[in-house]
Design a protein around this ligand. Structure first.
Ligand SMILES: [Zn+2]
Length: 558
């Protein structure tokens, strides 16, 4: 005890001596490691102020302001970067992604590729770099509608010609997978294979699989047959490469919703990289269970009672419970026939009540108007017994949310997560929902309501991961390939706030992330063009020249 208080006293004395000796406003020991000057720093602080420079010490921002202000932090070891008028924005935070699952395979991604011809050229390139037998896969993130030269899928014969010895699976959204003969063989799919639940193995008149497997169940059936990495180091390398790809498009943090097929192994690969201090983006995730029966709910409720979130770091942490609450009470964006059943909502209430009782965060996947009402009714009932205001509960997607529902969410202290899924699904959504699809999701309505709302992708299967595509979609209402599908567009400033400062709240990092301000982590992007001035159609083409996470340069354009 004595030693401890003595230690504090001498530290205080030492600090006082340093202060007395100091001539300059900034202590030598407190100089910046890195200063960015001569730029247009869009801070996304509460006033949306724009500065010229940023000074960074260690992991955090120490000063933002005019060139002269930030240069006061210059010491002999400080690196100075002249931004040459380039624009800087906070690192982008995706409020809904499945990036923990994604690196299970090193995919050939088709995000944003608008030419079918180009896809074939990419496939030829991939085959050239592969050994015979290596799988070449793309598990979503694109749709046939995005090809402006030839909007259709791929035939088995066509894929066989390019890849006779490599299994190829090209999965469009969650709707269809295109397989070549080698993939059908390796996956054990032949004339005798029965259709999986919720899916169809298309066959020719002779009963031979054509290579097209359709439906969400069919897509999942194929994906489950692609072998996972056997060796943990291989998996960790996939994570490293995947995160480098996120850094290159400007993502520095995200909320991870888990997803189909996600297992302990997926989390372990990330945890291993975080433990080594080599995870170059921040992942905040919720535990996902997808109970579908009463017995499974019983188990999940006990699990929730023993769950302890927030035991990790600011790079990798569990923040609560979520996404799919109860499988039978889950909507699907590409269907409009969801029926609310009281017995299912009773199970939703049991799970949500357990989460409220534990004082934890809950995110629920809710898309359609009737489902939003049904969930709100349960939450309002729970709130009377176990208040949830203050727990930041979130609804994900909210494609059909109304003004009245937004008011009810605000009263419960909830936040709204909206996503750019029409980027590749917009045309399909118009077929399913007709006129209504123009307002799905209703960005402008949500913005006008005053609720805290954030923007995210829902990548990697049902949307592409590039956040500049999602920003572009929220501003223009256009899908990849150019077709206009949404009329609820917002300003680029509001879209940027939704992708940064507001999303920091989703992941309980509002004092650390989301804006460029003293005291916050130095997570930021230097852009190749001005997000605020570039013609709106070019927002999707913006690329980071440099990405910093926690003051460390994790990406630099070549
Ligand atoms: Zn969801």
């Amino acid at each position: 005890m004595n030693n401890r208080s003595g230690g504090i006293v001498s530290t205080v004395l030492f600090a006082a001596m340093c202060l007395a000796a100091a001539g300059s406003p900034v202590q030598a020991a407190e100089k910046a490691n890195l200063i960015l000057v001569n730029g247009k720093v869009v801070t996304v602080d509460d006033r949306f102020s724009v500065a010229q420079g940023v000074a960074i010490r260690g992991q955090r921002v120490v000063a933002v302001g005019r060139n002269g202000d930030v240069l006061e932090w210059q010491g002999s070891g400080t690196r100075i970067i002249d931004l040459k008028k380039r624009t800087v924005i906070p690192g982008l935070i995706d409020n809904h992604a499945h990036f923990i699952r994604a690196p299970e395979h090193d995919e050939m991604r088709l995000d944003g590729v608008t030419s079918r011809k180009r896809v074939l050229a990419m496939l030829i390139e991939s085959v050239r770099g592969a050994r015979p037998g290596d799988w070449i896969v793309t598990l979503g993130g694109w749709s046939e509608d995005q090809f402006s030269d030839d909007p259709r899928g791929f035939s088995r014969e066509e894929l066989d010609r390019i890849a006779p010895e490599n299994p190829v699976v090209l999965q469009a959204v969650y709707s269809r997978s295109y397989l070549n003969t080698a993939a059908l063989k390796a996956a054990g799919i032949d004339a005798n294979t029965l259709d999986p639940r919720g899916g169809r193995i298309e066959k020719d008149p002779g009963g031979i699989p054509t290579g097209v497997v359709s439906g969400a169940g069919g897509v999942a059936f194929v994906a489950a047959r692609i072998p996972l990495p056997v060796d943990q180091e291989h998996w960790i390398e996939n994570v490293r490469r995947f995160v480098a790809g996120l850094n290159a498009v400007g993502i520095t943090a995200w909320y991870d919703a888990g997803g189909r097929g996600v297992s302990e192994k997926h989390y372990e690969a990330y945890q291993a990289l975080a433990d080594r201090g080599e995870l170059n983006a921040r992942a905040f995730w919720t535990t996902i269970r997808q109970p579908a029966t009463l017995e499974q709910v019983d188990k999940v409720v006990v699990e929730i009672q023993h769950h302890t979130p927030f035991q990790g770091s600011d790079y990798f942490d569990n923040i609560g419970w979520g996404e799919s609450v109860y499988a039978p009470a889950t909507t699907n964006l590409l269907r409009n026939d969801f029926v609310v059943r009281p017995e299912d909502m009773r199970q939703v209430r049991r799970i949500a009540y357990a989460v409220a009782e534990g004082g934890m965060f809950l995110n629920a996947h809710v898309e359609m108007d009737n489902a939003i009402d049904a969930y709100l009714e349960e939450y309002e009932a729970i709130n009377k017994v176990e208040p949830i205001k203050g727990l930041h509960w979130a609804f994900s997607h909210l494609d059909q949310v109304s003004d009245a529902q937004l008011e009810r969410m605000k009263r419960l202290g909830m936040v709204a997560g909206l996503h750019g899924r029409p980027l590749i699904q917009g045309a399909e959504m118009h077929k399913v929902h007709g006129e209504r699809a123009w307002d799905m999701p209703p960005f402008r309505r949500v913005q006008a309501s005053g609720i805290v709302w954030g923007l995210g992708s829902d990548a990697t299967a049902v949307a592409p991961a590039n956040p500049f595509y999602t920003l572009w979609f929220a501003v223009t209402g256009r899908m990849i390939g150019g077709r206009k599908v949404n009329r609820q567009t917002v300003s680029r400033e509001d879209a940027l706030i939704a992708y940064t400062r507001s999303n920091a709240r989703f992941v309980f990092q509002e004092s650390n992330l989301g804006s460029i301000q003293p005291g916050r982590y130095a997570d930021l992007l230097v852009l190749d063009r001005d997000y605020l001035r570039v013609p709106s159609d070019q927002i999707k083409d913006i690329k980071p020249l440099m990405t910093l996470v926690g003051g460390k340069i994790v990406y630099e354009a070549k």
